[in-house]
Design a protein around this ligand. Sequence first.
Ligand SMILES: [Zn+2]
Length: 697
Amino acid sequence: MPKPTTALMALLCVVPLVVTLESPLFSDERDAASPNMELAAKPATESTIAANSMLYDELPFEEQQSFLDARRGFMAELPNDGIVVDENNAPVWSLGKYSFIREGERSPLTVNPSLWRQTQLLMIAGLFEVHENIHQVRGADLANITFIEGPHGIVVVDPLTCRETAAYALELYYERVFRDRNRKKVVAVIYTHSHIDHFGGVRGVVADDDDAGLQIIAPEGFLESGLSENVYVGNAMARRATYTYGNLLPASSDGRGQIGSGLGLTTPAGTVTLIRPTKEITQSALTHTLAGLQFRFLLTPDSEAPAEMFFYIPEFKALCTAEDAVHTLHNVYPLRGARVRDALAWSKYLNQALNLWSGETDVLFAPHHWPVWRRDIKGNDTGRVVKHLKNQRDMYRYIHDQTLRLANHGFKMAEIAEMIRLPPSLTADWSSRGYYGTVNQNVKAVYQRYLGWFDGNPATLHNLPPSGSAVRYVEFMGGAENVLRKARKSYDKGDYRWVVEVVNHVVYADPENKAARQLQSDALEQLGYQAESGPWRNFYLSGAQELRHGVTTSDSFIGIAPPPDIAKVMPTDMLFDYMGIKLNGPKADGRVFKFNFVFPDVKPGNYLLSLENSALTHTIGQQAQDADATITMARTTLDEIMLQQTTFPGAILEGKITIQPPAEGARKLGEFFLLLDPEFPFWFNVVTPNSPPPEAN
Ligand SMILES: [Zn+2]
């Protein structure tokens, strides 16, 4: 019986669910490579060494301000060498596996020196004082957790990805900050935005039975637009996210594997939780009191997340800009895939924050990276808060405006992405460099937001799909061997971008061609070694690894059953939409069904589900007299099915689902369920073609 479980799994794909602490397994079921291939990662080539070492001359490595800021207020190391374990003592997070990345050392030849520097900064981990009453734990998760002490308790900002890392951070905070006095209680939690690394650990900072008096503050639309962002293509996004974060790559001391993700090191693998917000902020600039402190919020929807907000605490002169102003160029479009974000609005929100608060901000902090202080430790005003906000604002504005300027001159997406460089005043600022997003991908995102995928040239209007064109390209270019011979020459010249473009045709024309796979993986690897962006490096190296080893999987993948907290908050409406996405169109040809669904324990409780023209429609609040069946079940039963605590037939046997008319209705419903695709395959091929899904039978 098909179950809508992947819909819930999809919610988590903001960051992937692959456990990163164990070695990947090499699957022999999927696309597998030959043992004849050279499987180990290779050293840097002359071209890569030259490109990387040139950066030491170009970039201001002597400038130490970021290191000073990242260390400022240091109070304590992470306990247990930065290893966080779950209740079975299994590690869910390990900072220690990156211990080969040490401050003051030059990058390995296989790592872009600028990315290496960023990861050196990310390795400055522990408990930090941001302000007398504001503390952060950094390096215990992908994100930071912030603790704000008010007269009446603690406000936690962004409680990390999972319960274990959040509890570990809270304990460190209590131990050090409340060493000589009674611990104050956590009375409020702020989710700055709807990404999982900012809420998933909430039950690690709040006792389960404590929910009653607790305030949970989130931006408007947190549950709906926020959590639903990733549901419909969740499987595809989650698989691609394993590339973004390099979850299946080793973090090896030879510098040929994963070197962080630019935003943080990687993702943890603990228990994801969620407590529904008790209050959504729906209006900017109003004052709310939490723990006896005043907070002013600024809504920033459709910037880095669909639902996001900044806040300012006047009493502490402290500003939190959520994830919109951190120490990297962020993603207007993330490589895992998402609807593109609004770069113009993003820039305007930063300008609003600048105008509202920068003049009276002593410290600016964020849920990733390190804070920016207005004064140096001697008390001199450095103007750095204003400069940081301006640079971040102008970076998104520049990318937005220059993309559209060049589009209006007639240039196409790929052309503009090559033409635009940030101005030198911004590229010289380490915090404006592309460690997470890149100018190239963000330019394409802006173009796509306004003009869509078509570049206007009819020659590109109806291109052949990759496999179709690959065979013809290879034939026109004189056969696979000829292409590879030429491509090897390009490889020897260091023209790796061209090699991967052209050899991709050979791989797609014949995925069994080991020589093509070898050359393709070697070229992708050198591109990875040169990439300044963590996700770009991870994508290139993950692709190289899969060409050599076949698709790698992890037996500790935990995405199949959704976390119960998230299952409960998923709107029923969204589950029906997701059912439509699972409907196999060709298989449903000519079939017509109508079902009434009744969920007596929730409002709205009535849904009419109808299938015709191979498309599934549901209408909220309606029932049909002539329905094929009426299905009555508690929404909590639906949750149990999603959580795989029972199955649809199991729940019928247990009497938790009734169907009218019983026999005929159940038969019709069974026929309908057979039209839905079973679980989507998580470990689909990324760098080689996939076989078509099963269609009409
Ligand atoms: Zn984040």
